[in-house]
Design a protein around this ligand. Structure first.
Ligand SMILES: [Zn+2]
Length: 195
């Protein structure tokens, strides 16, 4: 991780880890890929190492990110999928070249086209989003219960009742807020003054 930049939120679903490079969309938004180099870093962490990234490619990546976010949100609440966002996802999926390869350890990895371009990496992410939203994977799209977050996440819990996009951040914050509210209720102000 490079100093001075917000950390990445590492999830186990590629597409929603990617949409989580912008967090707190409904509050004080945090951009976790603020520079082309940070996007290169993000790709590297997720097994999609690319040769380089320009400012225009970063813009394109963010466009895909928001298209996935919008489409996944619509899918989570059972809305019609937005046509413009759908076009962006499909264009990205078609444009890049990438192939799945199997390792001896039985892991699936991605091999990007000969130039390992941003387009190639984005096509993998777009395809992952398509798989999730099309319902190919075992799980359910849901929206984070945090009013400042509202991230679309993929719930793979057995009961499908997960409320937070991330237990370590949104879930934890909510737990702390509840705890503090309880503490305040148990400590009337007169007691505090008499201390
Ligand atoms: Zn959240």
């Amino acid at each position: 991780m490079r100093a001075g930049y917000p950390d990445f939120r590492l999830g186990n679903m590629l597409a929603t880890s990617f949409t989580a490079t912008l967090t707190e969309r409904c509050g004080d938004a945090v951009e976790r890929i603020p520079t082309p180099q940070r996007l290169v870093d993000w790709f590297e962490v997720h097994g999609l190492a690319v040769e380089s990234c320009s400012a225009a490619e970063l813009e394109l990546a963010r466009e895909l990110r928001e298209a996935i976010h919008t489409t996944a949100t619509a899918a989570a609440i059972g809305d019609v999928l937005p046509a413009q966002a759908l076009r962006i996802i499909n264009d990205c999926s078609i444009r890049g070249r990438a192939a799945a390869v199997l390792t001896p350890e039985r892991n699936r990895e991605w091999q990007l086209g000969s130039t390992a371009s941003v387009d190639d990496a984005l096509s993998v992410i777009a395809a992952d989003a398509i798989g999730i939203i099309a319902g190919e994977r075992d799980g359910k799209l849901a929206l984070c219960a945090s009013s400042t977050c509202r991230a679309a996440f993929f719930d793979t819990s057995q009961s499908r009742t997960r409320k937070w996009c991330d237990m370590n951040t949104c879930g934890n914050r909510q737990k702390k807020a509840r705890f503090q509210a309880n503490q305040r209720r148990r400590t009337p102000s007169t007691q505090t003054a008499a201390r």
